[in-house]
Ligand binder design. Sequence first.
Ligand SMILES: O=C(O)CCC(=O)C(=O)O
Ligand SMILES: [Fe+2]
Length: 198
Amino acid sequence: MRSDDLQPGTLYWHDDFASAAQADQWFSALQTECAWQQPQVKVFGRWHPTPRLVAWYGDSDAAYRYSGQTHRPLAWTPTLSRIRDLVEQQTGRRFNGVLVNYYRNGHDSMGWHSDDERELGPAPWLASLSLGVERRFDLRRKGSTRIAVSFALKHGQLLLMDGQCQAAWQHQVPRSLKVSGARINLTFRHILHPASYD
Ligand SMILES: O=C(O)CCC(=O)C(=O)O
Ligand SMILES: [Fe+2]
């Protein structure tokens, strides 16, 4: 399925990327395989723990700067490497890194942003796999506060954002007190210009 109403920018959903059984297995493998961290981020001059756990995996040269720090990629785990192969086959695109997010419950979230860091180049494609409990995903046009599109991210679903989405749109995964379960999200990226280390 593809979006027609987000011009410029197109989203593609592959609802049956993974069966429920496969997605369950990946979820539990990644829960234990990943080296989860909770970095601090500075918001309006004050430091806060990010409201989710994260880890950055990738090829050895895929240094990525986000939340104010350069992150050295951890080496692909067997599960992440297998999923990357399948994502590349499904999308026909290459990815050399994956940001892994762990939303422990509905209190965890990701605020409004675009994935437009300079490392990703001017027109980055992103492939995002959802595992675990359903969460809402919102999009708004840059410069607007009105949510334009909102949908559920489902267990085993792969969402592909094309190279125009980040320049024109922001997205978020809002807090939801109705959600009690956990979710893991894998966002595959292609680092074109590796960051330097501080
Ligand atoms: O959890 C999600 O589905 C979104 C993650 C995201 O936007 C990101 O990692 O940049
Ligand atoms: Fe994002």
